[in-house]
Design a protein around this ligand. Structure first.
Ligand SMILES: O=C(CO)COP(=O)(O)O
Length: 132
């Protein structure tokens, strides 16, 4: 599975702790991140991340392009609902593309945990069948 891990600044500690907690599962998959999130995860874990640009500098659009090219199976995007973001249109576009292409997307840690546990149980195998 190809997974994108993204977090706004106020949620980067939460994302790092999430990746530490689920490192054993995540390391079996191909991981992508926006720039700063990816650096924080790599500094705290042994996970290897394919990093695109920072979100406000076009990283969200790059992740969106991966979705449009059918290169992602799951997006975990810890959005900050309490802070306005200069690149809000990019954030909305990314989430819209998840809906267009029916990509499972978690926008908070509670859903993120559910999706990672579901993935561990093999409940995302339909993604592989879909591609074959
Ligand atoms: O802004 C982001 C998502 O909208 C995340 O970008 P960074 O991981 O580079 O901070």
């Amino acid at each position: 599975m190809k997974i994108a891990l993204i977090a706004h600044d106020e949620l980067k500690d939460t994302m790092v702790n999430f990746c530490i907690a689920y490192e054993g599962i995540l390391k079996e998959h191909v991981l992508f991140s926006t720039g700063t999130t990816g650096k924080r995860i790599e500094a705290a874990t042994e996970l290897k991340i394919d990093k695109v640009k920072s979100g406000p500098l076009g990283g969200d659009q790059q992740i969106g392009a991966l979705i449009a090219q059918d290169e992602l199976d799951l997006v975990i995007f810890l959005r900050d609902p309490l802070t306005s973001q200069p690149h809000e249109p990019d954030i909305q576009a990314l989430i819209r593309l998840c809906d267009v292409y029916k990509i499972p997307v978690a926008t908070n840690i509670a859903t993120g945990e559910l999706l990672v546990k579901a993935m561990e149980r093999g409940e995302f195998s339909w993604r592989l069948y879909k591609k074959s």
